[in-house]
Write a protein that binds this ligand. Sequence first.
Ligand code: FAD
Ligand code: DLZ
Ligand code: SF4
Length: 503
Amino acid sequence: MTERLILVLGDQLTPRLSALREGDRARDVVLMAEVMAEATYVRHHVKKIAFVFAAMRHFAEELRAAGWRVDYVRLDDPANTGSLAGEVQRALARHGMTQTLVTEPGEWRLMQEMAAWPDTSILPDDRFLADRQGFAQWADGRKTMRMEHFYRLMRRKTGLLMEGDQPAGGQWNFDSDNRQPADSALLLPQPLRFAPDAITLEVLDLVAHRFPDHFGDLEPFWFATTRAQAEAAFAHFLATGLRDFGTYQDAMLSAHKFLCHAVISPYLNVGLLDPLAMAQAVEAEWRAGRVPLNSAEGFIRQIIGWREFVRCIYWWRMPDYAASNALDAHRPLPAFYWSADTPMACMRACISQTREEAYAHHIQRLMVTGNFALLAGIDPHELHEWYLAVYADAYEWVELPNTIGMSQFADGGLLASKPYAASGAYINRMSDYCGSCAYDVKAKAGPKACPFNLLYWHFIARHRERLARNPRMTQMVATWNRFAPERQQQLWRDGEAFLATLA
Ligand code: FAD
Ligand code: DLZ
Ligand code: SF4
């Protein structure tokens, strides 16, 4: 058999990658390439670029130690063409090869590109638990399609938290136990932090020089960049965060950016952690009596439920999905999404933390920055590019359905059964942000009124015809309809006045 060039992408950093399993380390050459095209197709947070390059460089060492010949192209290699296609061509010529082998990329745009490359075999990515082609068949035949249905199939398929054919604890989902606000006096765990080694320090220097105008703080940089470190970070979460993960999953605190969240999505999404092994480890903690079922189930649901579900939706609905705009939202993204310069304490906290850490937890993304954009009618595509740029874990297959579908309802309800729209009362209940805000969360009108309150009714009024057809929203539309006309006009005017300030 002829020698082949095995291309390994920056989010394919596992020895059990299908292309590496198919390859032959005595004969084939692995190509890894840092390229400007991937680092700039959105203006990624500098921490994300540094994390990916540092993890790539460490993985190249891991492969070399395992006996692979690795051809690693650095960003500052003078001959670097700046694109993956260009680097594959150069490497094929360098090694006198014609055949390329690659595991399918996570993003549609790259899949389209690779499908046009000559003599290239593209293998399925079997790091995921659900089969995306099978999902498309399952989904095509269904009238309604909810994550919960999919999740039960995944529980049965994996056997996780099952007692025979029944869910452990007699319930599939313990979400109703998982909505407690947190108290800042609680001793909350912290993610495991790692000092950059020589390889990472070199990357930090490169990123500081090459991407000076990208969003975000590069330092302090404490992410895991090797498999061993990522595994240690996850083990640390099992020991310190998992027990209360479920209970405080939706809570937000100014002084605690991470609460009981695992902070492992950057590692998982590049392949340093394995989703099934993680879910099994969480189940083992519950079976050993060390963590309650609501936490174990809540975590496993995110991994084998939501994460797999959004990926299947992505591949099933692309490319049209990216252009979805069911609520016809066209307002430009306000500049404070980049600067954090806003009197809204909740937005300021979530955006500042995003700039510092390239991380915000799910409820901060969904119910603060996402909720604001939904209520204000921000263009979902602009918002999508923001989420894709600012988080260290952001890849389009997972970010786009979360933004377009779950957060903005821009797919018209394909993914979420109702828009995640909420007034300031929700943020006040789940966080301590409102106490230090220039606005008054209790005020519904006037200059001090919380913008989430003003915009909530503006949103309901704007979309009342569509929302009245959604059984989960009819009550809110009925409430709006019962308001006296003067009150409706006042609320509308206040909402308009606030929206005018965003320009
Ligand atoms: P934890 O809260 O500890 O959860 C554990 C794991 O479950 C996560 O690491 C993640 O792998 C998985 N998970 C949890 N929720 C989801 C979800 N809704 N979809 C997919 N996986 C989930 N997640 C990404 O990995 N990349 C993204 O680009 C991304 N963009 C998002 C954009 C928006 C608008 C929203 C609302 C959510 C987005 N999420 C994304 C989902 C979620 O916010 C992150 O996975 C989570 O915050 C990562 O932090 P953690 O590791 O501490 O997660
Ligand atoms: C995110 C990223 C970045 C910043 N840089 C590179 C790179 O230089 N080389 C590479 O192979 N991959 C990189 N990646 C990850 C890719 O963007 C990712 O593989 C695709 O988006 C498909 O998911
Ligand atoms: Fe956010 Fe409104 Fe609370 Fe201020 S008052 S922190 S804007 S929810």
